[in-house]
Design a protein around this ligand. Structure first.
Ligand code: 13P
Ligand code: SF4
Length: 331
């Protein structure tokens, strides 16, 4: 026993996963948030990965496509976006005259970071006939350089609608791009970006959980690697996961996406069991950006109407066109 590593306790990252606020605090804050929301005529939009207490008081909870659609049609004067920054930016682009606020402005995305607009513009300059399809997980400046936007919920349809005579460039998720390529048979140049959270799932970690729950279908997000996608019974956006699990006759499901999804699934499919797919090192998988938003920060942002999403007008105008094109194509 002279090897120190044998004696050191193993650090389980799951132990660092947040503890939810006490129920009395959740109730009190939720009441105040709803009162403030009414006072300023706001709508609260929340992504499926948000913490349960935010999902529970949002007006709408969904995937990126559903959230964009809600943002496009809201009559509220203020949009409170509980998700990550690029999602709030999309809401602002669709509503330039409205106030769009988010609980934590630092809520970024590894995919957005992987595709700086100057690098994309440099690549496009070398291949002027590229038709650029951008996954919505990118900055407004990247959207402004793109021909059309897609989400995981409509990527196949968007690629199928792309002009047949054009060379396609797909940014910034190489895993989603590869999956869409398999689905459509359309060859694309793929930008080398990925979601740092979804690539944590591995073939081995999924095989292990499948042995424990052999009857449970594996439902995976297309941001997972091919090695994981090969094991999946269903590959789809977070919103389509809800539909799939609701309609399936299975009683248990292994869910390979961010663990916030389990709260939504449990609410929508009572009586069914949802198992968070493990990664190599962890029993669940959290997006550190999505989890920056808390009920306290949501309360503060409604009280102060800060932080706000601001985008230069020329970028906003140019980014609007490919988003509108996407919304016309549909799911
Ligand atoms: P969905 O649009 O499927 O919810 O995906 C968004 C996302 O960021 C996945 O990591
Ligand atoms: Fe971005 Fe991944 Fe977080 Fe989704 S889960 S917001 S793709 S970092």
């Amino acid at each position: 026993m002279n090897d120190e590593s044998v004696m050191r306790p193993v650090q389980d990252p799951c132990l660092e996963v947040r503890t939810p606020p006490p129920p009395a605090r959740v109730d009190a804050l939720s009441r105040e948030i709803l009162a403030l929301k009414k006072k300023v005529n706001a709508v609260i939009l929340a992504h499926n990965y948000q913490v349960p207490e935010i999902q529970d008081l949002a007006d709408y909870v969904g995937d990126s496509l559903g959230l964009s659609r809600q943002a496009a049609q809201t009559h509220a004067e203020v949009i409170v976006f509980c998700g990550v920054h690029f999602m709030a930016e999309t809401a602002k682009i669709l509503n330039p005259g409205k106030l769009v606020i988010l609980p934590d402005k630092e809520a970024g995305c590894s995919l957005e970071e992987s595709c700086p607009p100057d690098k994309l513009a440099a690549l496009q300059a070398t291949r002027p006939d590229f038709y650029t399809i951008a996954y919505i997980n990118c900055s407004a400046a990247v959207k402004a350089l793109s021909d059309v936007i897609c989400t995981s919920g409509n990527a196949v349809k968007v690629v199928e609608s792309a002009p047949p005579d054009k060379e396609l460039l797909f940014v910034p998720d190489e895993n989603l791009g590869a999956w869409v390529q398999e689905q459509t048979g359309r060859r694309m140049t793929l930008w080398a970006g990925n979601c740092y959270a979804h690539v944590e799932f591995t073939h081995a970690s999924l095989m292990k959980i499948r042995q424990e729950y052999p009857e449970a279908p594996i439902v995976a997000h297309p941001e997972c690697t091919k090695a994981v996608r090969l094991l999946a019974d269903e590959i789809c956006s977070t919103e389509k996961m809800v539909t799939y699990c609701r309609q399936s006759s299975a009683r248990s499901f292994i869910i390979a996406t961010e663990s916030g999804m389990l709260h939504r699934l449990k609410k929508e499919c009572p009586g069914k069991q949802f198992i968070a797919a493990p990664t190599e090192n962890c029993r669940c998988n959290e997006c550190k950006y999505m989890k920056l938003n808390t009920l306290d920060k949501l309360y503060d942002c409604l009280r102060t109407l800060q932080p706000r999403v601001e985008i230069p007008t020329d970028i906003m105008n140019r980014a609007r066109k490919p988003i509108d094109r996407m919304l016309q194509i549909g799911r």
